[in-house]
Ligand binder design. Structure first.
Ligand code: FE2
Length: 208
């Protein structure tokens, strides 16, 4: 039985109602999932919501239309949703991860891609979310995409993911100051990992 006919059979046996949700309702759901992921990750307990808010702010700063701004919020909130498939013994491990553990950790981005592939009309949001560990020079993961395959929103998400993680304050640790975080981003752009024009936008948008 192919996947398509399985789906068709299921629809016939269990009639379901398609429910259209408003953007506000989708946003609430995305926030809900972001909180689950953040709750699971004690070292980055406001990361998903923080990335969502930063993605919204940077998109607005860069002059995107409101629909794109809202979609960037959703992509930001859901970018690490694949972490639900990574064990807590890895997410909560205090010290350095072993090579094997890091390999498992890296799977989260592929899981994000897989999970969001199951949502109707989410292709763009899925890609903006799931490619946040890709690098322009092809050394990122999980797909090893290169510059020609990474659009503006995907490049933005890679920058924001790092910027938020560096600047996020935690109960026991003050976040890195803006200027210092930007130095690191510039360094990563010089290495060919991040888009330098977007790093510049991040610098300007989040200053002060
Ligand atoms: Fe991630």
């Amino acid at each position: 039985l192919g996947e398509d006919s399985f789906e068709k059979n299921l629809w016939e046996k269990i009639p379901r109602i398609k429910q259209e949700l408003s953007f506000a309702q989708i946003k609430e759901l995305a926030r809900f999932f972001a909180q689950i992921v953040d709750y699971k990750s004690p070292f980055t307990s406001t990361h998903s919501i923080g990335v969502a808010e930063d993605a919204e702010r940077l998109s607005r700063y860069m002059g995107f239309d409101e629909e794109t701004v809202q979609k960037m919020y959703l992509a930001g909130a859901l970018h690490d949703i694949g972490k639900v498939a990574v064990g807590n013994e890895i997410l909560e491990k205090p010290g350095r991860l072993t090579e094997d553990e890091f390999a498992v950790m890296k799977h989260h981005a592929a899981y994000t891609y897989y999970i969001l592939s199951g949502v109707d009309d989410f292709d763009e949001i899925r890609d903006w979310a799931a490619f946040h560990h890709e690098r322009l020079d092809g050394t990122g993961y999980p797909f090893g995409k290169t510059a020609t395959e990474l659009n503006t929103q995907e490049r933005m998400m890679a920058c924001i993911d790092i910027y938020q993680a560096l600047t996020e304050s935690r109960p026991y640790k003050q976040g890195m100051p803006h200027e210092k975080a930007c130095e690191i981003l510039r360094d990563m752009a010089n290495k060919g990992w991040l888009d330098d024009t977007i790093v510049k936008q991040v610098e300007d948008c989040f200053r002060g």
